[in-house]
Design a protein around this ligand. Structure first.
Ligand code: URA
Length: 192
């Protein structure tokens, strides 16, 4: 299996798709490489592209609040995206771009071996759970894939645009907290 160092080096030099031509930084991922919970977003926005770190803009600030609601923070989870380079004007990443990039996320997932994966938004859920995933109907439901428990939340950007979705997301977050208690009782207290 590839090492973290080799994977990160390869990813930072990647030229597999046209997003590499317009990116300022590759946004590889951050957090705890031994985390039980992996959060997967869609792709970097402007702030992330500038800083090389996922979820550091307004959506990221809301993600931090969402994590704190269930006693988590960035040091206890890993956060990555479907695509590692910013799509121009924050458009949805194209299938071609996702296909070119998904191998990095697969390798990250194999190294982390999370028990729980949380997809942030429709794009991640369609890629990770089911191409026909309907975020409005299926957020908060749980899916088992090869023994990993997977769910999806509304994307924090969607919650910024439409605060009326927040109560449902609070319920979904509590569901994640319960799942963590069952599957990884040590994780909240593990000294990382
Ligand atoms: N939105 C995402 O999906 N990922 C980020 O890293 C930032 C915003």
């Amino acid at each position: 299996m590839v090492t973290w160092e080799a994977l990160e080096t390869q990813c930072r030099q990647c030229r597999n798709c046209p997003l590499s031509e317009t990116r300022r930084n590759v946004v590889f991922g951050v957090g705890n490489r031994q985390a039980d919970v992996l959060f997967i977003g869609e792709g970097p926005g402007e702030q992330e592209d500038l800083r090389g770190e996922p979820f550091v803009g307004p959506a990221g600030q809301l993600l931090d609040v969402m994590l704190s609601v269930i006693d988590l923070d960035r040091s206890r989870v890993y956060i990555a995206n479907i695509v590692k380079c910013r799509p121009p004007r924050n458009r949805d990443p194209l299938n071609l771009e996702q296909d070119a990039c998904i191998g990095y996320l697969r390798a990250q997932t194999a190294l982390i071996k999370p028990k729980i994966i949380v997809c942030l938004g429709r794009i991640a859920a369609m890629r990770i759970i089911d191409p026909k995933f309907r975020i409005t109907k299926q957020h908060g439901l749980w899916f088992d894939k090869a023994g990993v428990q997977i769910t999806a939340l509304y994307h924090p950007s969607a919650l910024l645009r439409d605060p009326s979705k927040r109560p449902e997301t609070f319920v979904d977050l509590k569901g994640i907290q319960e799942k963590i208690k069952h599957l990884c009782p040590d994780s909240l207290f593990r000294p990382f």
